[in-house]
Design a protein around this ligand. Structure first.
Ligand code: FE2
Ligand code: FE2
Length: 134
């Protein structure tokens, strides 16, 4: 069973970004599925390689898009991404060493952070873009 289902509540209304957010949700669900199956090493590797890389790619794509549309709160949004990236990247070396406690903590943090970021922060650019279009 997935930890979280995608719902319209999470939609920013920006198709390309919603697609990437859906991939993030899928990746988190996949990690929890690996854990359920007892595949701890795979789960940790997927987290510290694939998920981390995708988050970094997504932030950079999102920032480029916000720049293109002239989003007024871009600098602040970038700062929020940077702070989170730092937190996430700090956990990677410890996870690579096989620190399971660090991994569980980081997974919960990343998951909770991404969910509330999409819901509360990313959705604001969706409102800005749709107000510009109408
Ligand atoms: Fe964002
Ligand atoms: Fe985002």
């Amino acid at each position: 069973m997935p930890v979280v289902e995608w719902s319209d509540e999470l939609s920013t209304g920006v198709v390309g970004m919603d697609e990437q957010h859906k991939v993030l949700v899928d990746m988190i669900n996949y990690i929890y599925k690996l854990l359920e199956e007892g595949k701890r090493t795979e789960a940790m590797e997927f987290f510290s390689d694939t998920l981390v890389e995708y988050v970094n790619m997504h932030f950079s794509e999102e920032e480029k898009m916000l720049e293109r549309v002239g989003y007024p709160d871009l600098e602040n949004h970038k700062k929020i991404h940077e702070q989170f990236k730092k937190l996430m990247m700090d956990s990677v070396p410890k996870i690579k060493e096989g620190n399971e406690h660090e991994f569980k903590t980081a997974l919960a943090l990343v998951w909770g952070w991404l969910y509330s970021h999409i819901l509360k922060v990313d959705k604001r650019y969706g409102e800005y873009i749709s107000s510009k279009e109408s």
